[in-house]
Design a protein around this ligand. Structure first.
Ligand SMILES: [Zn+2]
Length: 216
């Protein structure tokens, strides 16, 4: 959807939609799913920013019985108004970005280490509290939301190129984003499907390079 991505992940019974782009995207997303020949059964959120949750309510209204899944730490940020209270142990930095909230209830609350269909849930805080990434264990695709950005090349969020500063601009904690990126080195990742930019191949070597650029 232009500069922002959402993804249809195929499962035996239909699609899991990861993120929903800005408000007004539902018709286009439904048309793409229908052209690909399956129904959206589940909506899964990486984090609470507007360009990821914007069309949740429109989609839920048009997909009876759809499961809506999100990380438990994201739930306060999905409220209206968002509850931005930081938890004990979290960095005390403030964070920005639109948090419009959603009206649709989350029907599956995820924890780190859960499986959601073929996807393994990995907490990747830093861009915002409650950020979660999802590894498709069938093919090694990491759905990274805004934890990693692939505009230009693979980058840790907070260290995106000068011509695409927005996800870095609204950052919560760059040190935590870097720690989350290092944590991802423990997983068999083949490619990166992020919230912004094209899908990038390159496996863990690409991630090591992104971490080295961020650490320089
Ligand atoms: Zn974001």
């Amino acid at each position: 959807m232009g500069l922002m991505n959402c993804y249809l992940v195929r499962e035996d019974d239909g699609f899991t939609l990861i993120d929903t782009c800005l408000p007004g995207s539902a018709a286009a997303i439904l048309a793409i799913a229908s052209a690909a020949g399956a129904q959206i059964r589940r909506i899964l959120l990486t984090h609470a920013h507007m360009d990821h949750v914007g069309s949740v309510d429109e989609l839920a209204a048009q997909i009876p019985g759809v499961t809506l899944a999100a990380f438990e730490r994201t739930l306060p940020l999905l409220r209206r108004p968002a509850d931005k209270t930081l938890l004990p142990g979290e960095p005390r930095d403030s964070f920005g970005g639109g948090l419009p909230g959603i009206a649709t209830p989350v029907t599956r609350v995820l924890k780190e280490g859960d499986h959601f269909g073929s996807l393994f849930c990995i907490a990747t805080p830093g861009h915002i509290p409650g950020h979660m990434s999802f590894l498709d264990e069938r093919d090694g695709t990491l759905y990274a939301g805004d934890a990693l950005i692939t505009v230009g090349k693979l980058a840790v969020c907070g260290w995106t190129p000068w011509y695409f500063p927005l996800p870095s601009f609204v950052m919560w904690s760059k040190p935590l984003a870097l720690a989350s990126a290092k944590k991802l080195l423990d997983y068999p990742i083949e490619r990166y499907a992020s919230g912004h930019g094209p899908i990038r191949e390159g496996g863990l070597a690409a991630l090591r390079q992104a971490i080295a650029s961020a650490s320089a």
